[in-house]
Design a binder for this molecule. Structure first.
Ligand code: ADP
Length: 488
């Protein structure tokens, strides 16, 4: 099969969160299984160009229709970890991809609508006829619409669309003019069963477009699939997802074990595995040294997260103080897009400046994240909602015990040490339900207590997590089954 993977992110060259890991990990798994996969991304000025090899221009003068103009683009090609990537290089007066960042501008919808049209135009002009176009999140929600409304008529007759929902919290709800900009007809599409937003009838919902027009829709965990069909986590699209139930399912994400593997990791001073667990202590010392923490008989509780309402920032804040009170050390690596949240955590950071037991790093730092996973004992993930969550799976791989809220993919991957119906060998962490400080303490307190009083059990929990298979192998096969199903 030939799969075109289209996304706003791909790790490590353009990553803001789990979407980047997904595109990289799934593409790699598909390629390993002998299928053709090509990734299509915007050529952001903020790309990690140092991680791209053999960047060359492969298509000159791609003129993309956009509203009443033609926008001049070139297409570059390069390899990212052996994966074939195409980068749309626009020369628009609006400088769509030259903003120094991936997201966060007022015209994001327009930027990614343009990207969607440009990818389709390139596939057509370069005579690429993928079996599957796999689109991700609202940024590429117009691609299935463009495929079936325009490009099928231009000869892309056998191509099918698969659409993955990574986060219902962002749906791309904008004015209907966006449709005219990419050459679609609002009078045809602005109806309830197509792209009209269910909450604001004058707006179009780009994620809804992807859902309605794709041949198959997935989301990133079975539990989240249920939550977005049956609770308000669907954020207005519950009814639509129920309507399209026959072409909708949850596939749990994997983690890329070439990137996240304590036995091979080149970012950490000491590699280790489940059979050489005592070596993890070397990384714990290195982490303390790097962040100026004292060497003491204390567990390290960590947080590696976007500091965003979705992640339960109020409980993260409480978790820091609670863990310190309980005699732990705390390390937080987080970036806050919201200046109010950023200021709040900056204040905590300043308060902790002289503490030998706490360090907050308010930045996005991939390398440091590896050392934190390698050095920490417990990871705290008190999310309000969590479509899949990768940090708990990565942490478990590194022998860190997760303390998580029972939502979305967290509930599908973490099994409580005390209250799970799983066999002991499958239990790997601690869960809580209530989105309250008491809820968090009920789980974090048990994890800390186990570390302090029953080190042998704690070691066993770590090993259970390290041995769990959260690789891309199973989900990779599930996606191939879906591709085959919709091509049949
Ligand atoms: P989301 O996609 O909602 O941000 P996930 O848990 O699915 O959350 O994925 C988060 C990914 O981003 C993980 O690979 C995690 O290690 C990484 N990450 C999050 N915050 C940071 C940060 N501040 N610095 C480095 N990596 C981070």
């Amino acid at each position: 099969m030939y799969i075109a993977m289209v996304s706003a992110e791909c790790a490590p060259v353009a990553k803001a969160g789990g979407l980047g890991d997904f595109v990289h990990g799934l593409s790699r798994e598909i390629a390993i299984r002998g299928h053709g996969v090509e990734i299509f991304l915007p050529k952001y000025d903020s790309l990690r160009f140092d991680r791209i090899t053999g960047m060359t221009k492969v298509y000159r003068d791609l003129w993309v229709p956009f509203y009443d103009q033609w926008i001049h683009c070139d297409v570059d090609h390069g390899e990212v970890d052996g994966l074939s990537c195409f980068f749309i290089d626009e020369h628009a007066p609006q400088a769509f991809f030259r903003r120094g960042k991936i997201y966060g501008d007022r015209d994001d919808a327009e930027r990614f609508a343009f990207f969607s049209r440009a990818v389709m135009e390139y596939l057509l002009k370069a005579d690429k006829r993928p079996d599957i176009i796999h689109c991700n999140d609202w940024q590429t929600g117009l691609i299935p619409v463009l495929l079936f409304e325009i490009y099928q008529g231009l000869g892309m007759t056998n191509t099918r669309a698969c659409f993955t929902l990574h986060n219902m919290g962002h749906q791309g709800v904008v004015g209907e003019n966006i449709l005219r900009q990419v050459g679609l007809r609002p009078e045809r599409l602005m109806v309830a069963e197509r792209l009209q937003d269910p909450r604001n009838h004058r707006a179009v919902n780009l994620m809804k477009g992807g859902i309605v027009f794709s041949n198959y829709v997935t989301t990133v965990s079975p539990r989240y699939a249920w939550e977005i069909q049956h609770t308000d986590q669907g954020m207005g699209l519950q009814g639509l997802l129920q309507l399209h139930d026959r072409k909708f399912g949850g596939v749990l994400n994997g983690i890329d074990d070439a990137v996240w593997n304590p036995e091979l990791d080149t970012h950490i001073p000491q590699t280790y595995g489940p059979d050489t667990l005592p070596l993890k202590a070397v990384n714990k010392r290195a982490l303390r040294e790097r962040l100026g923490l004292q060497d003491a008989f204390k567990p390290i509780v960590c947080v590696v997260s976007r500091l965003d309402g979705q992640k339960g920032v109020h409980l993260i804040r409480h978790g820091i103080y609670y863990a310190l009170e309980q005699g732990c050390q705390v390390v937080l690596l987080g970036s806050a897009p919201d200046p109010v949240v950023q200021a709040d955590f900056l204040r905590i950071k300043q308060e902790m400046e002289s503490s030998p037991d706490c360090h907050l790093e308010l930045a996005y730092d991939e390398e440091l994240s590896h050392l934190i996973y390698a050095g920490a004992d417990v990871i705290l993930i008190p999310s309000v909602y969590e479509p899949c969550g990768l940090t708990q799976m990565i942490a478990m791989k590194y022998g860190v015990v997760p303390v998580v809220r029972r939502v979305g993919g967290l509930a599908d991957t973490v099994f409580d040490a005390n209250y799970s119906d799983k066999a002991f060998e499958e239990r790997n962490g601690y869960l809580f339900d209530d989105l309250t400080e008491a809820g968090l303490e009920s789980a974090l307190g048990r994890a800390i207590g186990l570390w302090l009083r029953f080190p042998e059990y704690f070691r066993q929990l770590r090993v259970n997590g390290m041995r769990a298979d959260n690789s891309w192998s199973r989900p990779g096969q599930q996606y191939l089954d879906i591709y085959q199903h919709i091509c049949a």
